[in-house]
Design a protein around this ligand. Structure first.
Ligand code: MN
Length: 406
């Protein structure tokens, strides 16, 4: 199969021609996300980030949220942050903006409490922030229930502004509403001292040098051959392997079995900066699946390395999802020439303990009967059989990948 150097050159595959924005508006119809990061900068604080209009509106909350309605916590509005930063936990080098250790303390979605009839959630949030009073409910892994953000000084909105100094940043108070999630007398930031993603303490995160965020070039480990990586290669050098239709089960060799959902098989090229999706015919499927591409880039950011994975696009409850099925490149490891059993283990290890939203882990069965039964029960058209000792052959029908319809 084609040279490994070609794969290595694909390191920077996604830096070309990324259309901006969200042309079909999927992100707007989605639930609004929130994240709270605990940040040991020059002063320990919590960063509250609420998704709105494609960015994370952000507040630095020195003492963090409280579940005691009698306690009002100062929340200083800061610059909007990119959504990609939501997944970040690790260490930002000293001297860069936001230097210090960052822990993912909580995350989930939030809803405005005072949406008018027929008013979309984002419009209600925009209105509340402009008016200087936003009531909203956290649906987090740790925080639940209703809170208020109340502006006490400073101008509204004002993301540019000619004055620009810190002093005219709006100041707000973060207050817990009295509801059945209120806990008078409690101190939730004291009670919960570990990461919602990794379970690590701040010290453990600080000690892990693997995940260092370079704010100007993404979250990547230095690659030894980065200097000689060569020119950017377009991603359509490597479309997914094509399955061979089959009516009967193979009778030789070791195989694994996975559902075929009747969706579009794609190759995903992910770096911490961006991701691209390419279908079996080499067509770009990124623009129709922007939230998935964003999550792939976010995953590459959390891993600290680019990767190339095969997957299947499908819809679940009206939401576009990507089921990951094979792994061809992971950082400096070129896996395509390795047998499937090695790639499968590498994919499993890569996704271990990672929180996934629109991405799905591989669903591999060891018997065809179980996979076919499961496909039938879910109304899927069949299964894919992958030969355990075979390498990956991009764009080809090799006989090592069979599509068996029920
Ligand atoms: Mn911060």
């Amino acid at each position: 199969m084609g040279g490994l150097s070609e794969y290595r050159r694909m390191r920077d595959f996604s830096r070309t021609g990324e259309p901006a924005g969200d042309p079909d508006g999927k992100a707007r119809r989605r639930s609004l996300r929130f994240v709270i990061q605990k940040h040991a900068a020059s002063h320990l604080h919590f960063d509250l980030r609420l998704e709105l209009d494609g960015v994370m509106k952000s507040w630095a909350v020195p003492k963090g949220p409280s579940l005691d309605p009698a306690i009002k916590r100062l929340a200083m509005q800061v610059e909007d942050h990119p959504v990609e930063y939501n997944a970040f936990e690790g260490t930002i080098p000293k001297g860069q903006y936001g230097g210090g250790t960052v822990m993912l303390w909580d995350r989930g979605t939030y809803t405005p409490d005072e949406a008018r009839s027929g008013e979309p959630p984002d419009a209600a949030v925009r209105r509340g922030l402009k008016a200087g009073k936003l009531s909203f409910t956290f649906h987090g892994e740790r925080l639940h229930g209703s809170f208020a953000l109340v502006r006490t000084s400073g101008r509204s909105g004002g993301r540019s502004g000619s004055r620009g100094g810190r002093s005219d940043k709006p100041q707000w108070l973060l207050i817990k509403h009295r509801d059945d999630t209120a806990r008078p007398g409690s101190d939730v930031t004291e009670e919960i001292a570990t990461s919602v993603e990794s379970g690590r303490t701040m010290d453990e995160i600080a000690d892990d040098a693997d995940r260092v965020w370079q704010s100007n070039r993404g979250n990547t480990k230095p690659a030894p051959d980065r200097q000689t990586a060569g020119p950017t290669v377009v991603a359509d050098a490597m479309p997914p392997m094509k399955p061979t239709p089959a009516r009967t089960l193979p009778d030789d060799g070791e195989w694994t079995w996975e559902p075929w959902r009747g969706g579009t098989r794609v190759m995903a090229f992910a770096t911490p900066d961006a991701a691209r999706l390419l279908d079996e015919r080499g067509r770009d499927a990124t623009h129709r699946n922007r939230p998935i591409a964003e999550e792939l880039a976010s995953l590459a950011g959390r891993l600290g390395t680019p990767f190339v994975a095969e997957g299947e696009l499908f819809e679940e409850d009206g939401e576009a999802m990507l089921a990951l099925s094979d792994l061809l490149l992971h950082g400096d490891s070129v896996l395509a020439a390795e047998p499937w059993r090695v790639r499968r283990e590498a994919l499993r290890a890569m996704l271990q303990r990672r929180r996934l939203d629109r991405l799905q882990r591989p669903d591999v069965a060891d018997s065809p009967e179980a996979a076919l039964r499961s496909a039938a029960a879910r109304g899927w058209p069949g299964v894919l059989a992958r030969r355990e000792d075979a390498p990956y052959t991009p764009g080809e029908k090799s006989g090592a990948l069979l599509r068996i319809t029920r």
